[in-house]
Design a binder for this molecule. Structure first.
Ligand SMILES: Cc1ncc(COP(=O)(O)O)c(C=O)c1O
Length: 420
């Protein structure tokens, strides 16, 4: 293994780096669900770029379209100028994703990251309603810029802001009280009580499954009740589908399972299909109150990402094959994890939807130990949750059953070692 103590990363790169600490090697190439380091060691990837590589590394269909585009001198950088690549993407997005789902959204290209689309969503909600306050949820994660951080739960990340994070009020996410308290009891009460002190919110922002927050899955009925509450009280509903969108939970949008239509949707991570930076903010047509250039950014038009995104939509979303295989592969992980929870009763539990699955350790330190042992055996998996107590799996949706079995066997061995 490369000596990580005396290398340029330690000398020059900021202490803020984190994944390189959990996986102390130097990666060089990748294909599908495998990533190789410079010593030629292969790792099975159950992390998929934190959900940015839903179709695997360097998917050949997307790669060939990208190479052709670059070789043909296609536009690389174009701010928000109209380009052929953007037109082709928009047309395909409309025909393949929006129209079949009856969604009449306008598309905004914010800066190309998840936190950029969240900022755009919050700003738009405030502009539309003329209100400043936002409701977020316990254990939410929405990004690192100040607006997104203000609606994020994690205290360590919040402390990094260095200033008070205001204009957001957290409410309990689904099952926060283990089913003891009626859903939205508190939220609807404080909304309706003129003495509660709650400022009338512009919007509610929610993840249908909280990935960073510990794979907390909102039930469809909870999401429906939330959507109804927002509609009744004239509050905009923002679904942050940055990590759970693009098929991660099965359907293209994670909220489809609940049959709701959010007012605003945030997408990023896997929308380019290739790991290229790209983000979209989608909103109902009547919410498009932006003035020209009112919210801009130099890197909104990542044209190579439009190219790979269009091909990914055509290739993976013209039928329901990927949706179905994600459900069955998710079930395979669920079964493997359920067996472990039975074997080590009291120490473990499991939760997830589609191909985001979590193994939850009562003793929080053990999750990181499992990930470390897994890395030693050639598997990448990360932890999540407020105490990093969850081993979170986000394999590529294109992973094969054999690859899944291989990785699950490594995890089972690692779990047995730390729990026995
Ligand atoms: C739900 C959600 N929203 C927003 C973000 C922020 O995305 P980015 O890191 O690209 O800014 C993330 C990142 O993990 C996320 O999971």
């Amino acid at each position: 293994m490369t000596n990580m103590d005396t290398n340029i990363f330690d000398i020059l790169e900021s202490e803020v780096r984190s994944y390189s600490r959990a996986w102390p090697t130097v990666f060089e190439s990748a294909s599908g669900s495998w990533i190789r380091d410079e010593d030629g060691r292969d790792y099975l990837d159950f992390f998929a770029g934190a959900g940015s590589l839903n179709y695997g590394h360097n998917n050949p269909v997307l790669k060939s379209a990208l190479v052709d585009y670059i070789v043909g001198d296609g536009i690389t950088h174009g701010l928000d100028m109209s380009t052929v690549a953007k037109r082709d993407f928009l047309q395909t997005f409309q025909d393949t994703i929006l129209k079949p789902r009856g969604l009449d959204y306008k598309v905004q290209f914010p800066g190309p990251t998840g936190t950029n689309t969240v900022e755009a969503a919050l700003k738009l909600a405030r502009k539309v309603t003329g209100r400043s306050s936002i409701i977020n949820f316990t254990n939410a994660f929405h990004g690192m810029t100040l607006g997104a951080l203000s609606v994020t739960g994690n205290s360590m990340k919040r402390a990094g802001a260095g200033i008070p994070l205001v204009h957001a009020t957290p409410m309990p996410f689904d099952n926060y009280f283990d089913g003891v308290t009626e859903d939205f009891h508190w939220f609807s009460r404080v909304l309706d009580d003129s003495g509660s002190g709650l400022n009338r919110p512009a919007a509610v922002i929610v993840e249908t499954v909280q990935g960073e927050g510990g794979v907390n899955v909102a039930r469809p009925e909870w999401l429906r009740a939330l959507a109804d509450l927002c509609a009744e009280r004239d509050i905009l509903l923002i679904v942050d589908d940055v990590q759970m969108g693009c098929g991660r939970t099965g359907p293209f949008f994670s909220f489809e399972v609940a049959g709701i239509t959010p007012d605003i949707v945030c997408l990023s991570k896997s929308i380019s299909g290739y790991g290229l930076p790209m983000a979209l903010t989608l909103f109902k047509r009547e919410l498009d109150v932006w003035g020209p250039g009112e919210h801009n950014g130099t890197f909104r038009g990542n044209n190579p990402a439009f190219v790979t995104s269009k091909v990914a939509l055509e290739h993976f979303w013209s039928d329901d094959k990927l949706h179905k295989s994600t459900a069955s592969k998710g079930e395979k992980i669920h079964q493997a994890f359920t067996e472990l929870t039975k074997r080590f009763e009291g120490s473990l539990s499991t939760r997830g939807r589609g191909l985001v699955q979590g193994l939850v350790f009562e003793e929080s330190d053990l999750a990181a130990k499992v990930c470390k042992l897994a890395f030693d055996e050639g598997l990448l998996a990360e932890t999540s949750g407020p105490s990093d107590e969850v081993v979170k799996l986000l394999p590529a949706l294109t992973i094969t059953d054999d690859e899944l079995d291989h990785g699950l066997a490594i995890l089972a061995d690692a779990t047995a070692k730390v729990c026995s």
